[in-house]
Design a protein around this ligand. Structure first.
Ligand code: PLP
Length: 287
């Protein structure tokens, strides 16, 4: 495999970053996870815009114009001859001193990795996912804005550990007010009486590209989506629930904290949206 590193393509086994990189020392950086379906990079422009906005928000200057980075992403995929893949795009603050101050970090590191996709097992898509809510809380806008996809993923990592400990595939984070925010790496939707609800980003959710794709799809298919805070109770009594994410795509949730959602099977609207989403990713490409 070839990895893009700061303007060069190097072998994966030879690609390395310094132990003095502030991305490593402090999680100081931003990233994106992007999918390639049948050779089409899904919504690349949106991912790049989010990356540049995340970087701008933390005063990290990406050393290429967005169009140039777009070409590097496409070239990384091509060089690895991948038609279905997962791309990890990382920009870290770069090498600096052993102190928090990034002012002496002169060279941000830009890395693009293209690899195989790791999704939930197929049976979880067919049968739906069991999830739990966990004590770890989501950052809210008065802390690190949840719209920033930064390398600070410690609460998401803890959520994943808590999901593993509970023996389930994924867990949900609440915010400090008790509203449901999102999963460790995916956004949440619930469905009640034919309407979809998803938390607004200010509750503590990433502005997910898949979330937006689903909202666009719902508009086209005539489903109403309401962005509104909701609680665990609203999830427990929902007719359907599903998660969205670049890696997860659309996956039904059938059990939350031991409460069956609906009849405990992936619901009809969720299945319809998954079907339409799968059509969209192969024809829509990077549009
Ligand atoms: N929420 C978090 C915390 C994430 O890391 C991700 C993954 O990128 C998502 C939601 C889903 O966003 P997207 O659909 O852009 O992958």
């Amino acid at each position: 495999r070839w990895v893009f590193m700061n303007g060069k393509y190097v072998k994966q086994t030879e690609a390395s970053v310094s132990i003095f990189d502030h991305g490593f020392l402090y999680g100081d950086g931003v990233f994106e996870g992007i999918r390639v379906y049948e050779g089409n990079v899904f919504r690349l422009k949106e991912h790049l815009e989010r990356l540049y906005e995340s970087a701008r928000s933390i005063l990290l200057e990406i050393p290429y114009p967005i169009g140039e980075l777009e070409k590097y992403v496409l070239e990384t995929v091509q060089r690895n001859r991948l038609t279905n893949a997962y791309i990890r795009l990382v920009v870290s603050r770069g090498v600096g001193e052993l102190c928090l101050d990034p002012s002496k970090c002169s060279d941000p590191q830009v890395i693009i990795i293209a690899d195989q996709v790791k999704m939930f097992p197929k049976e979880m898509y067919d049968k739906g996912l069991k999830v739990v809510t966990v004590p770890t809380r989501r950052n809210i806008p008065d802390a690190l804005n949840p719209k920033i996809k930064s390398l600070n993923y410690l609460n998401n990592v803890l959520v994943k550990i808590e999901a593993n400990q509970a023996g389930v595939g994924e867990a949900l984070m609440l915010n400090s007010d008790g509203y449901v925010a999102e999963g460790s790496g995916d956004n949440i939707f619930i469905i009640k009486r034919g309407r979809l609800y998803t938390p607004p980003c200010y509750v503590g959710a990433l502005d997910g590209i898949t979330r937006q794709a689903i909202m666009d799809l719902c508009k086209r298919l005539g489903y109403q989506v309401i962005e509104e805070p909701f609680t665990r109770h609203d999830v427990f009594v929902a007719d359907e629930c599903f998660l969205t994410g670049t890696a997860a795509e659309v996956i039904a949730v059938v059990d939350v904290d031991g409460r069956k959602i609906g009849d405990g099977q992936p619901g009809p609207i969720t299945r319809h949206l998954l079907q339409e989403f799968r059509k969209l990713v192969t024809v829509d490409g990077s549009k």
